[in-house]
Ligand binder design. Structure first.
Ligand code: NDP
Ligand code: OXD
Length: 311
């Protein structure tokens, strides 16, 4: 009996790549590329990136939804989401890519590269004050798969690292804060802030004017999580006032970032096009195949999302 997986990845080269990797691991399934799904009642599973709202409710025999991303807000936000097991990507390759992105941009602010870029533009040969890494306080919002790995890497480089999570956590070499009560002390000691939170009802719009005001003057922000964590006009105002010295943004409320958005041309903003940690089918297909095997064997799935918490 054939098992049908609908694949919606929105990038033709990745479609073929996923098909190849899945065929290697589960050769007896049929992978159909959305929107050419074939008969809707034949579809057993969906491997998706940003499915249109209502789409997943169209398959009457769907057994599970697999998110191509580590984040699942793109699926959970669907008001017609069927009540099915939902899994997300947890992958060493993805974690390592994010860790590289975070380290790259933390070092860039720490070593004052934006200031040296400005000096180069002005052809000025000038040495700027440079604290040691141990005197630089970096804060990570979210101590999950990505936040923990990034925090550990920064701690190894000698930074004074803290992290904030929903529940209490203990991490060697990292000061930990949690919950609403932990947020203010965490922010007040953070000079370079990295956002690696999932987008949920509790975290949407978290980075607003009041939040930014809690950071010390001159702090920098790196957001590699989701655009809707940030209230854009509040961040732009904080940048223009100089309270926030720079922002590196990989994710945006609207993607692609519209051509007329202020972030593109703001001198204190670095824009990257949602590339901090792209899911690699070669490393990620294992867990999709594993979950297909488990579904067919009636076993519990791995990397399940807690639908009550939204991540
Ligand atoms: P995890 O689920 O492993 O970790 C989430 C962390 O956030 C946990 O530490 C959790 O706390 C914390 N958290 C959740 N809600 C709250 C809250 N209300 N208050 C405080 N802390 C909270 O996620 P990942 O690390 O795998 O991924 C994080 C996000 O990164 C994804 O959801 C996705 O949006 C984004 N991402 C972006 C990519 C990109 O290319 N730009 C690539 C991959 C992911 P606790 O530990 O207590 O549960
Ligand atoms: C993810 C992403 O969630 O790529 O994995 O944003």
């Amino acid at each position: 009996m054939s098992w049908v997986l609908v694949l919606k990845v929105d990038a033709p080269t990745r479609e073929a790549w996923w098909q190849t990797e899945l065929a290697r691991r589960v050769p007896d399934i049929e992978v159909r590329i959305w929107p050419d799904t074939g008969p809707l009642d034949a579809v057993d599973g969906a491997l998706v990136w940003y499915p249109p709202p209502g789409d997943l409710a169209r398959y009457p025999n769907l057994q599970a939804i697999f998110s191509i991303g580590a984040g699942v807000d793109h699926i959970i936000n669907d008001p017609d989401l069927p009540a099915l097991p939902l899994t997300r990507m947890v992958d060493t390759n993805l974690t390592e890519r994010m860790r590289e992105y975070v380290v790259l941009h933390v070092l860039r602010y720490h070593r004052r590269q934006p200031d040296y870029d400005a000096l180069q533009q002005a052809r000025r040969w000038e040495e700027l004050d440079q604290p040691h890494a141990s005197g630089r306080r970096v804060g990570i919002l979210g101590l999950g798969e990505l936040g923990t790995s990034s925090a550990n890497a920064l701690a190894l480089l000698g930074f004074d690292v803290a992290g904030w999570s929903r529940r209490p956590k203990s991490l060697d070499g990292v000061a930990t804060f949690h919950g609403a009560d932990g947020l203010v002390p965490f922010l007040s000691r953070t000079e370079i802030l990295v956002c690696l939170l999932p987008l949920t009802a509790a975290t949407s719009g978290l980075i607003d004017a009041a939040f930014l005001a809690r950071l010390p003057a001159g702090a920098a922000l790196i957001n590699a999580a989701r655009g809707d964590h940030v209230v854009d006009p509040d961040l732009l105002a904080a940048l223009d006032r100089g309270h926030i010295t720079g922002a590196t943004l990989d994710v945006f409320s609207e993607e692609p970032l519209p051509a007329d958005h202020a972030y593109w041309r703001h001198p204190k903003v670095t824009v990257t096009p949602h590339i901090s940690a792209i899911t690699d089918p070669v490393s990620s297909a294992d867990q999709v195949a594993e979950n297909i095997h488990r579904l067919r064997a009636g076993e519990p799935l791995i990397n399940l999302v807690d639908l009550n918490q939204g991540y």
